[in-house]
Design a protein around this ligand. Structure first.
Ligand SMILES: [Zn+2]
Length: 431
């Protein structure tokens, strides 16, 4: 008797709920970008020291934002064409973004070496040349791009893929073969409306230093990222976004014209046409890889974040943090704290890295992630210089520079331990 009474309301409720559940399980994706090129142009920075004057530009600097939503899970992946982007500036943008929790917003830098100084690097006298008014303009544009991406989100299906990018794209300047050739791609395709069947956005994750032009030619530029964006946008009609990988010591653009004894470039092509060659090749490789991937069936979305604290042992890094024209409120007792994120998108897993991890550190973390598609989002949420395993720290003469410009001996060790702790504490991505 009782079961009959129960069955009817149960079916009734389920019929009512079904559209709601289906709706909740629908993936929605939005994308938006803003130009960040300063007008008039500003001096450019490729690292510590005084920025160099510019006389022209090649392409524009951008912020590019991609918002993902499924049910109550909502997050944003944001990329800016700068050397790095501190959480000091990132947090100011987050305060202007409505509808996404600050810890669910990841802001990564492409690491172009031809954009204005975002750090407020002090010189030997403690003077800094960053244009704070311009950086405040960028803060607002970043928030506007994320808010617009959230407002224009639409039902979407996803593709994810990872494969080696083939061709003369990256190599390791210190030891040619020691780099990770894997290129990870996430693409969202609209399922409704005027753009039904067309990509909304394509995210590319690959390790490379965008320093073809560098900071000494008087050219402001997103470097190879500009032609990469254009290749993907001209081919798909949707927005392109680039997140860098584990690029430390010293994974860079393969601009070699002649190979020397150690495989390093004896002659290099540091021209804008070389930016176009490499950017377009990476773009066409990303499209080759993603075009053959199947659409995911009902992929799960998941995001988690944790605070991550590092001791700052390097005297140079202590000096920069203390004397920078940015006010590092997360710097206390020679320790600095940042945000670590883990994201699952269907079968792919993404981990943020707050700096330039050495490629061996990247390989170690990736092979301990429970997925065949491990994405490392380098220089994301902060970029604190190089991250070396303790056995690499202050070892080869080759590593003198990357040692000096890292926070300390334990930076990568702490990162690997905390990142993999987070991996263990979170659900696995889809099988
Ligand atoms: Zn670098």
């Amino acid at each position: 008797m009782q079961s009959k009474f129960l069955t009817f309301p149960f079916i009734f409720i389920c019929l009512l709920c079904f559209p709601l559940i289906a709706y909740n399980q629908m993936i929605q994706v939005g994308a938006a970008k803003r130009v960040l090129t300063p007008n008039p142009l500003l001096p450019i920075s490729g690292g510590i020291g005084t920025p160099n004057p510019v006389k022209e530009k090649r392409g524009d600097l951008f912020v590019r934002a991609m918002v993902f939503e499924k049910g109550s899970v909502r997050f944003a992946i944001v990329s800016v064409d700068f050397l790095g982007w501190t959480s000091i500036l990132g947090n100011r943008s987050k305060a202007l973004i409505n509808g996404i929790s600050p810890e669910n917003i990841l802001i990564g830098a492409t690491h172009t070496h031809s954009a204005p100084d975002p750090y407020g690097f002090p010189d030997a006298k403690g003077q800094s040349y960053a244009d704070l008014k311009y950086l405040e303009f960028c803060v607002q544009q970043i928030a506007d791009a994320v808010n617009e991406a959230l407002a224009n989100k639409q039902p979407a299906v996803l593709k994810v893929a990872m494969e080696d990018a083939i061709g003369k794209i990256s190599y390791n300047y210190y030891a040619p073969a020691l780099y990770d050739p894997r290129c990870g791609i996430i693409q969202a395709v609209a399922t409704e409306g005027a753009n039904k069947g067309k990509p909304i956005a394509t995210l590319v994750n690959y390790a490379i230093h965008p320093e073809v032009l560098g900071n000494k030619q008087g050219i402001l530029s997103p470097d190879l990222c500009g032609p990469l964006y254009e290749k993907i946008e001209n081919s798909t009609g949707g927005m392109a976004i680039f997140m860098n990988g584990a690029i430390g010591g010293m994974v860079t653009a393969d601009t070699r014209l002649e190979y020397g004894k150690e495989g390093q470039g004896q002659k290099e092509d540091n021209s804008w046409s070389e930016c176009i060659r490499i950017g377009e090749l990476l773009g066409s490789e990303a499209l080759r890889i993603i075009n053959k991937a199947p659409f995911l069936e009902n992929p799960s979305l998941f995001i988690a974040s944790r605070p991550l604290t590092f001791p700052v042992e390097s005297p140079l890094m202590q000096y920069i943090i203390q004397k920078s024209s940015m006010k590092y409120d997360a710097f206390f007792d020679n320790k600095i704290t940042t945000q670590l994120n883990l994201i699952n998108i269907g079968p792919a897993q993404l981990l943020s890295v707050p700096g330039e991890a050495m490629p061996n550190v990247g390989y170690y973390v990736k092979r301990n992630m429970p997925t065949k598609m491990p994405f490392l989002l380098g220089l994301t949420n902060d970029a604190f210089g190089y991250m070396l395993a303790k056995v690499d720290y202050n070892s080869f003469k080759r590593y003198e520079y990357v040692t000096r410009t890292s926070l300390g001996e334990m930076t990568a060790e702490i990162y690997m331990e905390e990142a993999l702790k987070l991996v263990k504490a979170c659900p696995d991505p889809d099988k």
